[in-house]
Every structure is written in structure tokens, then in C-alpha cells.
Design a protein around this ligand. Structure first.
Ligand code: NI
Length: 254
């Protein structure tokens, strides 16, 4: 099993990263992609990937963390992206949940496009954060196509929008919310998702699945999420794990 999106580089997990990785491996999670959100966290992600066999890295600036972005910082990201075991640019994208101003949206789009261009230049796929910004993300991707595949991480749009994104090559990452008692749309999306587009992730340390909701999330909970995905789709855990493994390998080219 593969955790395609987590933040072992977050301060809540970093000091105990080796225990988290061991626990994940003991639970059958053999690969973990550690995702950056700015320059420092991207550096840490690459360091973890170099230190631990099971860890791979993604580097980039998250739309909520653009205060220190610059052309120079992007050059640093480019250098990091060329390091061994960096499998994606991410997480990058648009966040209109925390940012409501038109000028902020415009700024996010500028840096999203620049980082897509970087991914295309380096031949890497992209891990996308899109929150309350489905339509703008879709429009931007139509105008600036990603050449080596992308995943909409923690997919939170509608099933209809999912089908439109699938047509332009999207994979969809599902995590803790599919296990939450009152969540409806994530479950509908898991059910409707094309089999060859389904990916699993934890987004640790955030969004721990039920029954660990509210606690610090870890990659070791991937089987808990997969169990729910299997139940929703009416397949076995083994099948769910095989499908999501295959898709993750297809996208990230491990
Ligand atoms: Ni994340």
C-alpha cells in the first residue's frame, strides 16, 4: 500500500518520523510520499526521502504559503526537484477557502502556472491542492495542461466535476473524510471514481480517519481508509489496495 500524500515534514511528525515510518511498514504501507508546502518543508521532504528507503518526496509552494515565494525560491525548488527520489511537484494549486480576495486568487494563479511549467520542464507529475476552487482549477488546467499527470489531492469537489477532471487526465486522492460518519460527497466520489483514477492518501498529520478523528494522523492508517473505500465500492481490501497501488505507480513512476 502507498500513502501518496503526507507531511512527515510537519513539526507534529518530524521528530518521530522514524517511528511513523516503521509503524507504516508494519501495517503494510511500503511507500510514503512526503509533500512540501514551501521551500523549507520541501528541503526537509527531500532529506527524509534520502534518509529512508520507503520515503519519496514532492516539492513546491502550497497556495496558502506564498508569502516567501520568489523567482529565486522557485530556482531552489527546481534544484530540489532534480534530486533523487523526488517524484512530483506539489503541493501546488488554489485555495479560495482561506483566501477570498480577487487579488489573492490572481497571485495564486500566477505561481500555480509557474510551478506547472516547472513540472512540465522536468517531466514530473503534480500533486494539486484545490479547495473551494474547482472551476478555476479546471479552467486553469485546460489553459495550462500538465504533461505528466496530476492528482487532485483530498478531492473535495462534486462527482460531476470529477468526471470533467477525469477527462483531462486527473487522478483523485481520497483520505480521512471518506471515513467520517456524516460525510456524503466524498463517499459519492469514491463510488463514482473511475477505477484507473483512484488513489489513496492520509494527508498526515491532518484529517485522521474514523475512529482516530481529531488525533494526529499517520501513514499507518492507510489500511483504515482503504477498508472504507473497499466497502463503498463493494470490493475486497486486497482489490482496493491493488487498484490504488497500480494507479500510484502509473502516476508517480516509482
Ligand atoms: Ni497536504
Amino acid at each position: 500500500m502507498i500513502d501518496t500524500h503526507c507531511h512527515l515534514n510537519d513539526e507534529q511528525l518530524l521528530t518521530t518520523a522514524s517511528q511513523s515510518i516503521e509503524a507504516a511498514i508494519a501495517n503494510g504501507v511500503s511507500k510514503i510520499i512526503c509533500i512540501g508546502w514551501d521551500l523549507e518543508s520541501s528541503k526537509t521532504a527531500v532529506e527524509l526521502a534520502h534518509k529512508y528507503d520507503a520515503v519519496f518526496a514532492a516539492v513546491g509552494f502550497h497556495p496558502e504559503n506564498l508569502e516567501n515565494i520568489s523567482e529565486d525560491a522557485l530556482l531552489e525548488i527546481e534544484k530540489l526537484a532534480k534530486e533523487d527520489k523526488v517524484v512530483a511537484i506539489g503541493e501546488i494549486g488554489l485555495d479560495y477557502h482561506w483566501f477570498k480576495e480577487e487579488s489573492e486568487h490572481a497571485n495564486q494563479k500566477i505561481w500555480f502556472i509557474k510551478q506547472i511549467e516547472l513540472a512540465n520542464k522536468l517531466g514530473l507529475p503534480v500533486s494539486i491542492h484545490a479547495r473551494d476552487a474547482s472551476q478555476d482549477t479546471y479552467d486553469l488546467l485546460v489553459e495550462h495542461p500538465i504533461e505528466n499527470g496530476f492528482v487532485l489531492h483530498c478531492y473535495s469537489g462534486s462527482p460531476e466535476m470529477m468526471e470533467r477532471f477525469a477527462k483531462i487526465g486527473a487522478y483523485f486522492g481520497f483520505d480521512g473524510p471518506v471515513t467520517f460518519k456524516n460525510s456524503i460527497t466524498p463517499k459519492e466520489c469514491v463510488k463514482a471514481c473511475r477505477e484507473d483514477r483512484l488513489i489513496v492518501e492520509t494527508d498526515s498529520p491532518y484529517m485522521a480517519p474514523t475512529p482516530f478523528r481529531g488525533k494526529v494522523n499517520e501513514p499507518k492508517y492507510i489500511p483504515v481508509i482503504l477498508e472504507k473505500i473497499a466497502e463503498i465500492r463493494g470490493i475486497s481490501l486486497k482489490e482496493a489496495s491493488d487498484i490504488t497501488d497500480r494507479n500510484a505507480h502509473e502516476l508517480f513512476k516509482f
